[in-house]
Design a protein around this ligand. Structure first.
Ligand code: ADP
Ligand code: MG
Length: 138
């Protein structure tokens, strides 16, 4: 059964100008792009998106980083999309990410790690709704 997940190409991905390469890796891994936007996150929107981390020590820096430049949210679809996308991006800390993963290839640090991926189907639904109306999705 097809499943959807939410990806975000983070500000460092666009700063490094590797968004085209990362999108190609996503397509080559079999994900269909159902929605794609280019936008600047407001502080309020970033805080809301990462509210689950509001008590973590890195929350303030995370919000500052995610609002430091434009981002590209993507709604992706394939079978087992949530788990398979987490596999494709690799561990949060690129130092621990497997060879061939997007974070291993492109990320600099545990914070500036190029890409977001939803961690459960339930969170994916909420995260997709953060950026897309149903009518925006193809
Ligand atoms: P993931 O993005 O792999 O799901 P988390 O949900 O744990 O990771 O964290 C959300 C984001 O917060 C990470 O992708 C990263 O940008 C940042 N982050 C996570 N842990 C740290 C940390 N220890 N120090 C700084 N930033 C962090
Ligand atoms: Mg997470």
């Amino acid at each position: 059964m097809k499943e959807r997940t939410l990806a975000i190409l983070k500000p460092d991905c666009l700063e490094k100008k590797v968004q085209g390469k990362v999108i190609q890796l996503i397509i080559d891994a079999g994900f269909a792009i159902k929605g794609m936007r280019l936008l600047q996150l407001s502080e309020d929107s970033a805080k809301k998106f990462y509210a689950i981390h509001k008590d973590r020590p890195f929350y303030g820096e995370l919000v500052a980083y995610m609002t430091s430049g434009p981002v590209v949210p993507l709604c992706l679809e394939k079978e087992n999309a949530v788990a398979d996308f987490r596999k494709l991006i690799g561990a949060t800390n690129p130092a621990n990410a497997d060879e061939g993963t997007i974070r291993k290839m492109y990320a600099d640090s545990i914070e500036r790690n190029i890409v977001h991926g939803s961690d459960s189907p339930e969170n994916a639904k909420n995260e997709i709704a953060h950026f897309f109306n149903d009518s925006d999705l193809v």
